[in-house]
Design a protein around this ligand. Structure first.
Ligand SMILES: Nc1ncnc2c1ncn2[C@@H]1O[C@H](COP(=O)(O)OP(=O)(O)OP(=O)(O)O)[C@@H](O)[C@H]1O
Length: 404
């Protein structure tokens, strides 16, 4: 009888970027599913292939699942990934895992790749948490910032039943152009049983808005004035009949090209909707006020659009919850809101996540954002997995040494 081939994913499918690779390798490691991805990040300019951040994630997952791996190099466009072990390393429970990046690749995209693994590979003792320390960029464009993860992602994960995750920022690392790396420790309690299905369907009213500014100290006053003016102008739209409740915090970015604003709306049902923007270009002298005004206006406009659709998640969280819906037990629903009478369509990132989850764990998402998850929690003792694939395929695949 012929040996089964690994699941093959074509890396240019749909969004065709790094998220496809992160989710696919994570689900493969978790479910011991042999995987091959070709044309990795094939829709990205500059030729695609693995960047340092992607490589770090794959290497971690490969070590975690004792996988045989080929193609794990920078700019590599093809990998084969054959997991060789089920269950979380018992030595990690109650211990610390250190993931070092030498570039400012996003810490939180590495976290995105490994968090579901650490949670669903299943712990034996709910009190034995894992400290995961990651170096790299904490605030990188087009990825979840440290603040977004702490203020939106983690509270929303707690709402769906994930044991609370603690975040500690040791140092801030900005994206490219900065030499200093950031460092974060996340403290995670692996699940000891399956995650029950969850329903994020009741948005509620907007109760409060929190603004977090990271910018050069010289523009603090102007940022605060712009935000106050915007809150005054849009307060009725946001809060309706409720009393406006807003809070603003400021931190010096210590960098004359880093202007960041995150706005988070909290609703009466505990939902968190966030929008942010990192402006990381040079500013000509005398133009700082204009940059501040446009950052404030853009982020407010984006947040109001998220509030107006009435859904329980913002665009980014929607794709980030797909893996949790896929792995929870039973039918989970995430209401993404309505616009012009119709449902808000999932973003290309969300559609890509739906596709990957379907290919690897066989779950299907409907138009309303519902999916019957597989209900996985590997748990128990670590167990070696023998992959029955073609011997030719196994030749040339390497196992990485476990360092953590
Ligand atoms: N401003 C933001 N706030 C929160 N999450 C974000 C934000 N911008 C992007 N994301 C999330 O970051 C992820 C980005 O995935 P994507 O594949 O684009 O990243 P990538 O690995 O940098 O790949 P590539 O370089 O190929 O684009 C998605 O899950 C997206 O929702």
């Amino acid at each position: 009888m012929a040996s089964p081939s690994p699941i093959h994913l074509e890396g240019t499918t749909l969004e065709g970027g790094g998220q496809l690779l992160r989710l696919a390798t994570c689900l493969s490691a978790l479910t011991s599913t042999p995987l091959r991805i070709t044309n990795i990040r094939g829709k990205r300019s500059g030729g695609g292939g693995l960047k340092a951040q992607h490589l770090t994630s794959i290497q971690f997952l490969s070590q975690a699942s004792n996988a045989r791996l080929s193609g794990a190099g920078l700019k590599s466009k093809e990998i084969t990934f054959l997991p060789g072990r089920k269950g979380l390393r018992s030595s990690w429970e109650g211990g610390e895992v250190v993931i070092k990046q030498n570039t400012p690749g996003s810490v939180n995209l590495v976290l995105q790749a490994i968090l579901p693994y650490l949670l669903f590979a299943g712990g034996r003792d709910g009190d034995a948490k894992i400290g995961v320390s990651i170096t790299g960029g904490t605030n990188v464009s087009n990825s979840p910032s440290y603040e977004y993860v702490d203020q939106v992602l983690f509270p929303m994960l707690a709402l769906i039943g994930i044991p609370p995750i603690e975040a500690e920022l040791h140092s801030r690392g900005w994206s490219t152009g900065s030499t200093r790396l950031g460092g974060v420790t996340y403290t995670i309690a692996p699940l000891t049983k399956r995650l029950p299905a969850f329903q994020l369907t009741e948005r509620g009213d907007i109760k409060s808005i929190r603004a977090t500014i990271l910018a050069p100290r010289a523009c603090e006053q102007h940022f605060r004035e712009e935000l106050d003016a915007m809150f005054d102008k849009r307060s009725t739209h946001i809060f309706g009949q409720r009393d406006p409740d807003s809070e603003v915090t400021f931190e010096d970015s210590h960098h004359d090209k880093r202007f960041y604003l995150l706005l988070v709306a909290t609703t009466t049902t505990g939902m968190k909707l966030g929008r942010d923007w990192l402006y990381d270009h040079g500013v000509r002298s005398g133009k700082i006020d204009r940059v501040v005004s446009s950052v404030v206006k853009k982020v407010f406009d984006d947040l109001i659009a998220e509030i107006d659709h009435g859904g329980c998640v913002d665009e980014h969280l929607r794709d980030q919850l797909v893996v949790f819906q896929s792995l929870a037990e039973g039918k989970s629903r995430v209401f993404g809101g309505k616009r012009k009478g119709g449902l808000v369509k999932p973003s290309l990132h969300a559609k890509t996540a739906h596709w990957v989850a379907n290919e690897i764990v066989g779950v299907q998402f409907d138009e309303e954002g519902s999916c019957a998850g597989t209900g996985i929690c590997v748990g128990g003792e670590e167990e070696e997995v023998e992959q029955k694939v073609d011997e030719d395929l196994v030749k040339g695949l390497e196992k990485l040494e476990v360092v953590a």
